[in-house]
Write a protein that binds this ligand. Structure first.
Ligand code: COS
Length: 384
């Protein structure tokens, strides 16, 4: 990881280079050893990871009092963690995504209430957007929030909620009906212990992390827990995703770099037909394709992050390009790594087998590849 060539690119500033080097060193000392303790209890491991990242001060980058998140920093943090351990990347990413709507749209009082705990690693947030019948089509979501006195009453189901079951605070998107479709949604911050909110199912996935389905049944939420204005929920969700989709690309990049490094180790030491694998033209062609996948992803990811930090508030197109390309390329890179490891590549728990399971969900969550293609085409045609 210390070989990251892109630290010298003009998208990054000296402070980013210093942070990346310091973080890589810290992760090597404080995080990698935790992975060896095993992942038997995912919930405890996640809480430990969040607490440790908070104590190290790294979660300060996940929450913002002035509405500005430095996307290049988030990308560097995620890329580094993903290189070493997918669950550690997940733990940091959820502190950012789950509190993103508070950082970007919260009032000073809301920020003061929740963001210190996010930074310290004592408050775990979650982003509850998807529903059984509305994941890609956000404007179709059906959970309702009905005004009643000083409260709103939430009814409905949210699913695929990362950090679901361990979160202390859920950011929930519900239909308040100011207008049809996307213009009639509102975002709410809901404490996990609010009566009427129940975790009804924990979902097991191929790369284990906390994931759950939530049910809201007459769940009363005070009006001062609205994030942004009534009817602005779609914008809150999309603006948050603009930031964090780019960082999903960065995590994919970290996985892909690890796969390439593991492969280089393998092909330069494994001997067959009188030489190393690395001397075989068929291997060299694969290594070239893997490198192309990694380098092109890095360009798109850090271009998107730089654009958000330095040029424009709205980077829907750049974020979609970065997420689409980096996740799809990482899948191919990791598949090649498995192939070049032969039988070792499919042994449970080996580095490349773990990466093979870790990368798959990134092509689906925070907007599947098909949604990113639709977004890119829309933006292209809109500007004709
Ligand atoms: N920032 C701010 N505002 C945004 C925005 C953004 N990034 N993207 C859209 N908006 C605004 C639009 O400007 C539009 O406002 P007006 O009505 O004032 O013009 C409004 O929101 C609706 O936008 P749009 O017409 O594009 O809405 P669609 O329903 O067509 O959106 C997509 C479709 C596919 C873009 C959206 O549903 C999406 O991103 N889906 C994937 C969601 C996802 O990631 N799901 C995974 C769950 S999170 S783990």
């Amino acid at each position: 990881m210390n070989k990251i060539g892109h630290l010298s690119w003009p998208f990054l500033e000296p402070r980013h280079r210093d942070l990346a080097v310091a973080f890589a060193d810290w992760v090597g000392r404080e995080i990698v050893s935790l992975a060896a303790d095993g992942e038997a209890d995912i919930d405890t491991t996640c809480r430990t990871l969040v607490a440790r990242l908070g104590a190290g001060g790294w979660l300060n980058h996940c929450a913002s009092d002035n509405g500005t998140l430095d996307v290049r920093t988030l990308c560097l943090l995620r890329e580094t963690l993903a290189y070493h351990w997918g669950l550690a990347d997940f733990a940091l990413a959820m502190q950012g995504l789950g509190s993103g709507p508070v950082s970007l749209f919260g009032t000073p009082a809301q920020k003061a209430e929740w963001l210190p705990g996010v930074r310290e690693g004592t408050l775990l947030p979650a982003f509850a957007l998807s529903e059984p019948e509305a994941g890609s089509d956000v404007a179709a979501l059906a959970t309702t929030a009905t005004p009643d006195g000083d409260d709103y009453v939430l009814d409905g189901t949210k699913t695929w909620v990362s950090n679901g079951g361990i979160a202390d605070l859920y950011i929930v998107f519900a239909r308040t009906g100011e207008a049809p479709g996307a213009r009639g949604l509102t975002a709410f911050a809901v404490d996990a212990d609010t009566p009427g909110l129940e975790v009804v199912e924990r979902i097991e996935v191929i790369a284990p992390h906390p994931l759950a389905t939530l049910r809201f049944d007459g769940c009363r939420v005070p009006r001062d827990r609205l994030l942004g204005a009534p009817g602005e929920g779609f914008k809150v969700a999309m603006a948050t995703l603009d930031v964090f989709r780019t960082t999903v690309g960065a995590a994919a990049l970290g996985f892909a770099r690890r796969a390439l490094d593991e492969t280089l180790q393998r092909v330069t030491t494994r001997r067959l037909f009188g030489g190393t694998m690395a001397e075989m033209p068929v291997t060299r062609a694969t290594l070239a394709e893997m490198t192309l996948g990694v380098e092109s992803s890095a360009l798109l990811v850090y271009r998107a992050a730089w654009t958000r930090d330095c040029v424009a508030d709205r980077i829907t197109r750049e974020a979609a390009l970065a997420k689409l390309h980096a996740t799809e390329a990482a899948q191919r890179v990791i598949d090649s790594a498995v192939q070049l490891h032969g039988g070792h590549g499919v042994v449970s728990g080996s580095p490349v087998e773990t990466l093979y399971r870790e990368i798959r969900a990134l092509r689906i969550y925070e907007g599947a590849s098909e949604v990113q293609r639709e977004i890119i085409a829309r933006e292209l045609l809109r500007n004709l």
